[in-house]
Design a protein around this ligand. Structure first.
Ligand code: DAH
Length: 342
C-alpha cells in the first residue's frame, strides 16, 4: 500500500493545472470523495493493524499535498482570469515610441506675429467673451436696434434670448476695454468670431479677427495710416503697398477699408485678388464720438482709431492657402507644413 501511496504522490506532484478543465480533472482524480485518495483511505480499514499508523500518516501527507495544490491552482487561475495576472512579457526588440514634435497651426503663427509686431510699438493684448450681449456686440458700437447696418453681419442669435449672440466681430472687446478703464488705450484683441454663413472655400461660420484700438489725446488719421503701414511692412515685407479705401462702419467716422497688394500674383491678377491686384485685409477708422460716449469717454478730450483684420485672410496670403476649410479640418498633411513649434 505504501508503494501505491508513493506512486500517487508522484502523480499529484506532476499533474498540470493550467486550465479550468485540468483543475476539474485534478479535483475529480485526487480531491473528490470518489478520487484515488479517498479510495486509499477506504483501504486503510483493511490494512494490518500494526501498519495502520504509518500508512495513515503518509496518506494524510498525500491528502494535504493534493488539497494545497488544488487551492493554489484555483487561486492562480482566478487571478489570471481577473486580468491582474503577471505583467505582459516585454518584447525588448520592439522599436521605442516615436517622439513626435507637433507644428504650430498657421493661424497661431499669424496671431503670434501680429502680437509681436504690435507689442514692439506699445500695444498690449486684450480678450473678451465670444458669447456676447447685444449692447457690446451692436448697440454700443452705434448699431441702433433694427438698423439695417446689423444686416452687414449674419448673426447667430439664441432663439430664447435675442439679447445673446455669438459675437460677429472682435469689436465687442473695444467696448469692454473702454467701459472698464481710462484712456489711453493701446491694445490689440485677437479672437474667434461667428457668422451665419454656409461653409465653403471662401466663407466660414467661424473665423478669426484681430481688433486694434488706440485712444488718447490728439490721435489722428495720420496715426492710423502710419501704424497700419508699419504693421503691413513688418508682416508682409518691406515692398508691400497699402491703400485705404473710403468705406462705412457704424462705429467709425471716417471709415476706410485696408487693402494690400496681392502677394500671390504680385499685381498681375489672379482669382484671390479677383484680378484687381489688391486684397482687402480689414476695416478701420476713427472711433465715432458716440461710441466713445457710450463707453463713458469724453469725445471732446479724447480721439482714437480702431481697426479689425481677418487672420485667415492674412494666412491665405502668406501661405497661399486657397480654401478656408483647411484651417479647421485638422488634416495632418496640411498642418505639418508649417514648421515645428518654436
Ligand atoms: N468689425 C468690422 C467687421 O467685422 C471690422 C472693423 C472695421 C473693425 C473698422 C474696426 C474698425 O475696429 O474700425 O467687419
Amino acid at each position: 500500500m505504501l508503494e501505491k501511496i508513493r506512486e500517487i504522490f508522484a502523480q499529484v506532484d506532476t499533474a498540470p493545472i493550467e486550465s479550468a478543465e485540468q483543475l476539474e480533472q485534478f479535483r475529480l482524480a485526487y480531491v473528490g470523495r470518489k478520487g484515488v485518495i479517498a479510495d486509499l483511505f477506504e483501504g486503510l480499514k483493511t490494512a494490518p493493524p500494526e501498519d495502520r499508523r504509518a500508512i495513515g500518516a503518509e496518506l494524510n501527507n498525500l491528502k494535504n499535498l493534493a488539497l494545497n495544490k488544488f487551492a493554489e491552482g484555483r487561486d492562480r487561475l482566478e487571478t489570471l482570469q481577473a486580468g491582474v495576472a503577471q505583467p505582459a512579457p516585454v518584447d525588448l526588440t520592439l522599436p521605442g515610441y516615436p517622439n513626435e514634435v507637433g507644428a504650430m497651426h498657421p493661424l497661431s503663427i499669424v496671431r503670434a506675429r501680429i502680437v509681436e509686431i504690435f507689442g514692439r510699438i506699445g500695444f498690449n493684448v486684450s480678450d473678451g467673451p465670444e458669447i456676447e450681449d447685444d449692447w457690446h456686440n451692436f448697440t454700443a458700437l452705434n448699431f441702433p436696434p433694427n438698423h439695417p447696418a446689423r444686416e452687414m453681419q449674419d448673426t447667430f442669435f439664441i432663439e430664447k434670448n435675442p439679447d445673446v449672440v455669438l459675437r460677429t466681430h472682435t469689436s465687442n472687446v473695444q467696448v469692454r476695454l473702454m467701459e472698464n478703464g481710462k484712456p489711453p488705450f493701446r491694445s490689440i484683441m485677437p479672437g474667434r468670431v461667428y457668422r451665419n454663413e454656409a461653409i465653403s472655400a471662401r466663407a466660414h461660420c467661424m473665423f478669426h479677427q484681430v481688433e486694434g484700438l488706440y485712444v488718447d489725446r490728439n490721435v489722428s488719421f495720420v496715426d492710423l495710416k502710419q501704424t497700419l503701414y508699419h504693421f503691413s511692412r513688418e508682416m508682409f515685407g518691406k515692398d508691400i503697398k497699402i491703400r485705404f479705401r473710403p468705406s462705412f462702419f457704424p462705429f467709425t467716422e471716417p471709415s476706410a477699408e485696408i487693402d494690400i497688394n496681392c502677394l500671390i500674383c504680385k499685381g498681375s491678377g489672379c482669382n484671390i485678388c479677383k484680378h484687381t491686384g489688391w486684397v482687402e485685409i480689414g476695416g478701420s477708422g476713427m472711433v465715432d464720438p458716440s461710441v466713445l460716449q457710450n463707453c463713458g469717454i469724453d469725445p471732446e478730450e479724447f480721439t482714437g482709431f480702431a481697426f479689425g483684420m481677418g487672420l485667415e485672410r492674412m494666412a491665405n496670403l502668406l501661405y497661399v492657402i486657397r480654401d478656408l476649410r483647411l484651417f479647421t479640418e485638422n488634416d495632418i498633411r496640411f498642418l505639418r507644413q508649417f514648421g515645428p513649434v518654436s
